[in-house]
Design a protein around this ligand. Sequence first.
Ligand code: APR
Length: 421
Amino acid sequence: MNASKVAYVLDFDGTITERDITREMARHYGGKHYDECSAAYGRGEFGMKGWLARMSAHLPSDTAELLAFAGIRAGLRPGLKEFFISARAKGRPLYIASDGFGLYIEPILERHGCREYVSGIFCNETIAAGGRLETLTPHAHRSCPVCGNCKAALVIALREKGFRVLYVGDGFNDRFAAAYADGIYARDRLAEICTAAGLPFKRWDHFHDLLGDDQFAGEHGNHRFCDPQGMDGVDLRSDNSGGIQMKKIVSGVTIECVRGDIVAQPDLEAIVNAANAQLRSGGGVAGAIHRAAGPRLEEECRLLAPIKPGEAVISGGYNLPNRHVIHCLGPVYGRDRPEAALLANCYRNALRLAEENELESVGFPAISTGIFGYPVEEAAAVACRAIAETAPALEHVKTVRFVLFSESDLAVHRKALEKLE
Ligand code: APR
């Protein structure tokens, strides 16, 4: 294994921040429900997924209020930014994996000027729906009832990409992911658990402690202690499907919809970029993908550009957990005509490239429906039809996933998928 290929996975609450904001939020707004719910969680009556579902029902539905609550408590552990800068200088991607409410992570990182150093944030999504809050768990394990966010899946996906993974955490629910990592930095409860389980780790107090030599455990021990409720032996490889909202099998190809972030789909072999003609970084999807993949993606893209509406090209995934990125240029609504044919070509050409490269799974954002202004209902119908028409010709591609950013876009795509003959 290439010793220089190292990635960090960091927990957020109590690791990046000094305080556990999710717990403080739940305690503040939940009152006695927090005590009861946490006691039941402690007795193993349900896992974090159940805890989040119960506690989010007690939060106010005003997300601005919650962000203000989080902001006041968002002190970062000393040395974080220096550590982020040093990781970037060493060419090591950084991922955050959190099993809290999730909504405040990005704003806190932005506020402290740290967001740009992070390649991907794998967290739950707390959204206001019908006047109350709900926490969605798009990265839950398909069959495991314990965690909301299967952090271990991210560690495993990075290891499968050839990274040696250093896990940094503090808490009880970091234990599974830490056990699959190549090196563990632990404090507080995680340090106690590692000690009890005989897992080698380095104790850390603040981020300056991570600037010195790396602490690898030697050979990956594969300590699968992910089994508090008899779930040992679960195949964690395709772990990102707990949040799948709808599935349909068309000519042997599973088409599914999930609400989430296109750069947080570690179980897919390729993700699709809603690109610009020059294949540069941009806003929306293009910005997220280039940020997460790192500068080498733009270098490769320079050789592939320019592309025309409807065309697609394929590149490496670099620091993304996916092997490839397929870049499509969607039509600008009202300018590039005929829009529907050009948009359908994006999906057809992307799938053709996936097939030629013998890829099994591809994730699409809703191409053209952002800055390019394509109405989402129309675009979803075109996209579903194009995928269904291409499906019979696919031998390698078995899974096609729509990754939708908003609840309403998810609903629209579900409907379009349901309507498919
Ligand atoms: N994950 C999933 N979906 C996302 C993400 C993300 N990280 N970011 C944005 N989206 C959603 C948007 O909400 C929208 O519904 O993806 C859809 C496509 O949005 P855009 O990224 O704006 O793509 P598009 O409309 O095709 O415009 C492409 O935007 O960023 C520029 O340089 C790019 O010029 C190009 C144009």
